[in-house]
Design a binder for this molecule. Structure first.
Ligand code: RNT
Ligand code: ZN
Length: 419
């Protein structure tokens, strides 16, 4: 191992030339929560006592051994991953991760089925976020909240209501706001003749869910859009325009947009949408993922788009107003490696964005010096960022460089492969 402290001292000098306070940026980064999705650990299956796999037009591919099959295993794996993820963390749970002795249907779940999650979060000192599960269920085969079948639509409205109540329970237990993400896969393989009625149904359903739970406290609600799902390639009821329209018209202090990085056409990027959304909204929920040609939910990379998103948030002054959550599921590699890599990359991109002369760049731009703007923004791409990142991981005791990888390999041998 090289001298991490020495590297940090040198990097600190480098950044100081441009007026960047490395320690202050590390502190901001460290305190900004990232919500880690629980579903990477078991390929989005959950713990309902029912048969049936993942549906809803999303897919995990791969059959790497050792996935979690019980809540205890999943929480143990999350804890293992947490040991290597620096910074404030939340854990994001889906409704199908309920714990009950016998089968409890989605419209009947309550806080009692999430007590173990809540107690565990309190013990770990972390916040919890939540998601209704409008998929992987016999009643979700055709449509959920946008269904023309009133019994089915009502069933899913009840589910949404229960989920907001569970969100409030999480808030009350942990003392931290619970961010709920509402995503429905409702769509069609072919382009429908009537594209309005399902949208009106979806709008009515969201209205009913929020009206019935208007006294719920401590919950934020992201409405997540999507361009298409597998088997529903031609039409999505909750499209971007629908969800953006819903959120903007609701003009509410808790209903916000969820922008998932995999949910747009391949040349569209979330980084380019943030400024426009923040013109009209106070908060955004992000699902940080990595689409490869489609919404493939690959592990988040330290790539241009993840960096661009964090740069936007920092430059807009919206890092603290944005709920940052991860959403990926790779079943072809060690799932803890997937979590740690994706979470570290998200955090890394945040620190990378903070370690730039953002005030200087804004001034240069305001002065009309577009040549200077280009030169400055390019210069920092090769700054000695890794030296600061290593120091941050060392300081927070989360594993410098690749030191964590051998420990996860050992855990695979000792725990995962024995399942
Ligand atoms: C699906 C959405 C959604 C899910 C999770 C499991 O395309 O991104 O957020 O990934 O609810
Ligand atoms: Zn998502």
């Amino acid at each position: 191992m090289y001298d991490v402290k020495k590297g940090y001292e040198l990097a600190k000098e480098y950044y100081a030339q441009y007026g960047i306070d490395v320690d202050k940026m590390i502190e901001i980064c460290d305190k900004t929560p990232i919500s880690m999705h629980c579903w990477q650990g078991d390929d989005v299956i959950g713990f309902e006592k029912k048969d049936g796999g993942l549906t809803g037009g999303i897919q995990t591919t791969g059959n790497y051994p050792g996935k979690a099959t019980t809540p205890e295993e999943l929480r143990a794996d999350i804890e293992k991953a947490m040991a290597y993820i620096p910074g404030e963390l939340k854990v994001n749970v889906h409704a199908n991760y309920q714990e009950a002795d016998t089968f409890v249907d989605r419209n009947e779940i309550g806080p009692e089925h999430f007590e173990n999650w809540a107690n565990w979060a309190v013990e770990k000192g972390i916040g919890l976020d939540f998601n209704p599960t409008y998929f992987s269920h016999p009643k979700s085969e055709k449509a959920t909240l946008s269904s023309a079948d009133e019994d089915i639509r009502k069933f899913w409205v009840e589910h949404g209501i229960k989920c907001r109540q569970i969100g409030e329970y999480f808030y009350k237990k942990t003392g931290k706001v619970c961010v709920i993400n509402h995503w429905t896969p409702d769509g069609d393989k072919e382009f429908p003749v009537d594209t309005l009625t399902p949208r009106l149904q979806l709008k009515k359903s969201y209205d009913e869910i929020f009206e019935a739970t208007k006294d719920v406290e401590g919950v934020m609600d992201g409405i997540e859009s999507k361009v298409f799902g597998i088997g529903a390639e031609s039409f999505t009821a909750g499209s971007h325009e629908f969800c953006m329209g819903y959120v903007m018209k609701a003009n509410s202090d808790h209903i916000i947009m969820t922008l998932d990085t995999g949910h747009y056409h391949p040349t569209e990027v979330v980084s380019a949408k943030l400024g426009a959304v923040y013109t009209f909204s106070d908060h955004v929920l992000l699902h940080v993922s990595r689409p490869v040609r489609w919404d493939s939910d690959h592990v988040v990379a330290f790539d241009d788009e993840t960096k661009a998103i964090m740069e936007e948030l920092v430059r807009l002054g919206k890092l603290q107003d944005t709920y940052i959550a991860t959403d990926f599921f790779d079943a072809s590699i060690n799932r803890i490696v997937a979590w740690v890599t994706g979470m570290r990359n998200t955090r890394k991109a945040m620190l990378y964005a903070l370690l730039q002369p953002n005030e200087m760049m804004k001034k240069v731009e305001a002065d009309g010096d577009v040549s200077g703007r280009l030169a400055i923004t390019q210069e920092f791409k090769a700054a000695p960022f890794a030296l600061v990142w290593d120091y941050y991981c060392d300081k927070t005791n989360k594993g410098v460089g690749l030191s964590w990888l051998d420990e996860v390999r050992q855990y695979e041998k000792d725990v995962l492969l024995k399942r």
